[in-house]
Design a protein around this ligand. Structure first.
Ligand code: ADP
Ligand code: MG
Length: 139
């Protein structure tokens, strides 16, 4: 076990649907500590930069449009094994394949509009946290 940080984004659909409170409740009940929080609307280029690893994928342009379509809530979370535990709580990318009780199963409406992002490795978590937050913004 190791104390780890990860980055989560409550995506525009999650904010618009009013799922912020429900999602934070799941995170806090599962012993994630919120170390930083920022609400903003991503520009196209900020969303594209964040998802640059997907730039060759067929869904990239739609993904950028979706992620910049409304405000998002970006959180840095800290917990034991935060990266994999958050991914478990989120559920599969496609909500039809997500396990019962997961955040995506409960709130997501499609493989694109799946309400939440979570870093996929500790290494990427560091990069993603640095993309949105400087050291002074982490408590
Ligand atoms: P995850 O968010 O589960 O790590 P990916 O990193 O593979 O998934 O994809 C990033 C985001 O791109 C997804 O969360 C989803 O919003 C969108 N996405 C992924 N695959 C598709 C797809 N086949 N069609 C449309 N959008 C997709
Ligand atoms: Mg991913």
């Amino acid at each position: 076990m190791s104390l780890e940080r990860t980055l989560t984004i409550i995506k525009p659909d999650g904010v618009e649907q009013g799922n912020i409170g429900d999602i934070i409740q799941v995170l806090e009940k599962n012993h994630f500590k919120i170390k930083a929080a920022k609400m903003l609307q991503l520009t196209n280029s900020a969303a594209g930069g964040f998802y640059a690893v997907h730039r060759e994928r067929s869904f990239f342009n739609d993904l950028v449009r979706y992620m910049s379509s409304g405000p998002v809530l970006i959180l840095v979370l800290e917990a034991e094994n935060a990266v994999s535990r958050l991914r478990d709580l989120m559920g599969a990318t496609d909500p039809r394949k997500a396990a019962e009780g997961t955040i995506r199963k409960r709130f997501a409406t499609s493989i694109e509009k799946n309400v939440i992002h979570g870093s996929d490795s500790a290494e990427n978590a560091k990069i993603e946290i640095g993309y949105f937050f400087n050291a002074l913004e982490l408590v």
